[in-house]
Design a protein around this ligand. Structure first.
Ligand code: NOJ
Ligand code: CA
Length: 547
């Protein structure tokens, strides 16, 4: 008999970008009290787990991915006691809690980095400090570029340089140092003891670098800074074999706990085969597969990406994972609201190209709703980024002086960055802050648009045809129709139509330019637009039963 599935192998995980989820005290910044107050909303939505973006003390140079203390809570988000209550209350609702751990770098305000700058004996060895090139050492030690733009090196007062693959305020740790390894294993235990069910691992493919930090040698790659994706395994900073030893250690820590504690890798590597190496039985449980999120709205690409993701996950016995968007990329509605490329979207730096084309958000919304039904019918784990269930679009016109993402400054004001997918959620009312903060006079940390009233939770709750209602219906049906339905089998379908069967359920999506007939006798259980019975309109998906 097949072993029973664990919850995380089929879960729907809701990503809480805490800064923008709900504000409990009216300072315009989301927080733990705000999240606690909305747990019932998440229970009603029907998700199995939440993944909370970093909530540790942070100077916020990169919205919390610059951590100054891994064992506490950012004061503007709340307290450890509140975190403890949140975990317990979520568990009471049957919702697991996954945190975000940031092991590639600390904040420059972390005690370790402060000690390094003060030149305490040995303190610099925990980071990558080295001398520069050129006669006077005034050139960076190698040609690596920061993901956010500019050199990946910053010079300190005494003339030496330190490495930061991201912002200068995010110095990279040296994972060859035994204290670094021991510290993070202890941090994992700290949160596991508090009942946390698992961790999403930030930049999981970056920790270990090629010794000596040599130049990247492929000029086509080095010429394109700020993309984790382009570098893949072709760059000495990424996806090195030594990183797997770190995760074997982490797995041993997790395995000491009951119930099961799990890890999800954020690893931008060049292929699903490389990704599968992180998922060997003594390493991590699962990893984000990002090709689904990179797929254009094209039938053949979608089929290809789904096959590839399922195949490579199966090769190591891991569940496939499906992500439509997250806090780092353009929102799904907007991605689908413009002309679609033939290939996988290279990187999110497509932003610049896209912004020149007028978006058709209604079209994008229709496609995003259809994509959600495809996502939730697939085998494995699905991630829903907050606001996807409301079909929010990317806000592309945040005023320049209010932009927060370090990408904006570090790219020399050429890339607007990720603020547009991080706008505080609209909960109710007809004007900002749309109930995001209890206090109607609150000023949110990123401005909300004037036109979001119809997209608020309250407005969508009243409308049975809203995207929120669609997600609720889909998540309610998913356990019966899909959760244990087994392998996916492709069905013969007209050009531009993607159709698959799992058990007695089928999912059909029409990405062609003409309506198509559904199979004779198919009973539509759920459709991404109301009223579908026998004909499947363009940019629409349905779930059907065949018996
Ligand atoms: C990936 C995170 O998702 C992103 O938001 C962050 O800027 C980088 N890692 C650096 O920590
Ligand atoms: Ca707040």
């Amino acid at each position: 008999m097949a072993p029973e599935q664990s919850w995380w192998q089929t879960a729907v995980v809701y990503q809480v970008y805490i800064r923008s989820f709900a504000d409990g005290n009216g300072d315009g910044i989301g927080d733990i009290e705000g999240l606690r107050a909305k747990l019932a909303y998440l229970g009603r939505l029907g998700v199995d787990a939440i993944w909370i973006n970093p909530w540790y003390p942070s100077p916020m140079a990169d919205a919390g991915y610059d951590v100054s203390d891994y064992r506490d809570i950012e004061p503007s988000y709340g307290t450890l006691d509140e975190a403890q209550s949140l975990i317990a209350e979520a568990h009471d609702l049957g919702i697991r809690v996954i945190l975000d751990i940031v092991p590639n770098h600390t904040s420059d305000q972390h005690v370790w980095f402060k000690a390094a700058l003060a030149d305490d004996p040995g303190a610099r060895d925990r980071y990558h400090f080295t001398s520069g090139r050129g006669d006077d050492g005034s050139e960076p030690p190698n040609n690596w570029q920061s993901i956010f733009g500019g050199p990946a090196w910053t010079r300190v007062a005494d003339g030496s340089w330190y490495l930061h693959l991201f912002a200068p305020e995010q110095p990279d740790l040296n994972w060859d140092h035994p204290e670094v390894r021991a510290e993070f294993e202890d941090v994992l235990s700290f949160w596991f003891e508090r009942g946390v069910d698992g961790f999403r691992i930030d930049v999981a493919h970056g920790l270990v670098k090629v010794p000596g930090l040599p130049d990247g040698v492929d000029p086509s790659v080095d010429a394109v800074p700020h993309s984790m994706l382009v570098f893949g395994d072709q760059h000495p900073a990424w996806d090195q074999d030594g990183v797997h030893e770190v995760y074997r250690g982490w797995r041993a820590v997790a395995d000491r706990y009951t119930p099961e504690r799990i890890f999800i890798a954020e690893a931008w590597v060049s292929s699903n085969e490389r990704l599968a190496r992180y998922l060997r039985p003594d390493e991590l449980h699962t990893a984000f597969q990002f090709d689904f999120l990179r797929s254009p709205w094209r039938a053949e690409k979608l089929r290809e990406v789904i096959d590839d993701a399922i195949g490579s996950a199966a090769s190591v016995g891991a569940p496939p994972t499906w992500v439509l968007s997250n806090h780092d990329v353009t929102r799904t509605v907007t991605r689908f609201s413009r002309s679609q490329p033939d290939q996988l979207v290279e990187t999110d730096w497509e932003r610049a190209r896209w912004a020149r084309e007028e978006p058709d958000h209604e079209l994008g919304r229709k496609r995003a709703r259809a994509a959600a039904l495809v996502q939730l019918a697939l085998p494995g784990t699905a991630y829903v980024y907050q606001g996807e269930e409301l079909a929010l679009e990317e806000i592309e016109d945040v005023p320049d002086d209010l932009r927060q993402d370090p990408t904006w400054v570090q790219s020399g004001y050429t890339d607007v960055g990720r603020d547009g997918c991080r706008i505080p959620l609209p909960w109710k009312d007809t004007a900002p802050p749309y109930g995001f903060a209890g206090d109607p006079a609150a000023v949110t940390w990123l401005p909300q648009p004037d036109h979001w009233a119809p997209h608020s939770v309250e407005a969508q709750e009243r409308d049975s045809a809203s995207t929120l209602s669609l997600y609720r219906d889909a998540l309610e049906l998913r356990p019966t129709l899909w959760r244990d339905a087994g392998d996916l089998k492709w069905l013969t379908a007209p050009d531009g139509v993607v159709a698959f069967e799992r058990g007695a359920s089928q999912c059909w999506v029409n990405i062609s330019t003409a309506d198509v007939d559904l199979p004779h006798g198919a009973v539509v259980v759920l459709a991404s637009v109301p009223g579908v019975e026998t004909t499947l309109p363009v940019d629409t998906a349905v779930w059907v039963r065949t018996e």
